[in-house]
Design a protein. Sequence first.
Length: 402
Amino acid sequence: MRTTLAVLVCASAVVVLAACGSESVDGAAMAGESPETSSAATPEATAPDVCAGRLRCIDVATVDVDGDGNDDSIGRVDDRIVVLTMAGIEAEVAGTESAKLSDPAVQRTGGFVGAWDIDGRPGAEVIIATSDLGGSAAYKVWSWGDSTLAVMSPPVSLYEGNPVEWTLHRGEGYETAVRCTGDTDRPIEVWNLTSPYGGSTAQPSMKVTSYTYGAANGGQFGDGSMFGQEETYSAEPQNLGQLAGWPWLCGANAVDPATASTVKCGTESPNIAITNGVARVPADPRIPDIEWIFLGDTNFDPCADLSYALAETKGGTGSSPEHVMFFHRGEYLGTATSCAFGFTTVVDSTSESATVQYRWPRGRDSNANPSGLATATFVWDGNEVVMQNDLPAELLDISGCN
């Protein structure tokens, strides 16, 4: 059963998502996509234009929403997502304000992320992000019926107290995604990826549960329209989160789970990658015959955009020079700074950044208690590592790095 929400129905119908079924895998639309024809459209049919004669309207997709085999038009009109069908029926649902979204492309489309076959029946469902600020994200899935849009309740595994929102997680060792299968009997799968914490050597594991749609079924969670059929397998993927389109693996983003489960990051083991990195750290002209060594300070992750390992002076003390080495997806990039400093500590890190603390003695300070303090944050910007703030001249002077 689906829960029908209040929508404005004119002479057209509003949809915000595309389906994941066999038709939509080829002809589904993502935000900003407007194919000339969908796989289901007849050659003679010309899709309507929801933005014709409208101000402040953005075309976001062209896809069959009502299931009649003809392409329909989806657009953002002010703060609404509007669907105009080939039959001239128009429907609309609320979009999402930009402050609740982190992706500029999704902000532009008012939360629309794509339209795919979610329930296995003709016509694409419309997916709208209702909140996505990093980490967990929530979505509403809208399905066409009776010349209007009705919201589909989430599968049990994505239900978290709100019967009209699908909650997908990313981060803290737990990630979820929805895959469109193209199979009308089990149109979607929910992927649950769990990663080990801390220094565990265990590999990540993935559980895949396929779902079918039952319009007449009720349930404890939401309206129970999606019911799990089976847990297909547990796999050991390295990092599914790097797959294009995550967490909606539909349409052009469709991925075979058997292939995804073998996705590997990096080309070397952590020990080999770090050891090879240490060998590439340049000598320090201030200390003849210095030898670098790795003593275990690292968050090395072959799947992270940015991870680090500390190269220390062999036989040195806390005041001896140290280099922070950076890696991108397991590949050595170089050192954080051209000059090595003593009293160097990485105090915070994510998969895309590292904050390094530098200390140095002032005045009569002993090496056991240096009072000089500065931090620098290094961020992967998509192409390279960027240092977000400069180190103080005092540190450079006392370290002989000018």
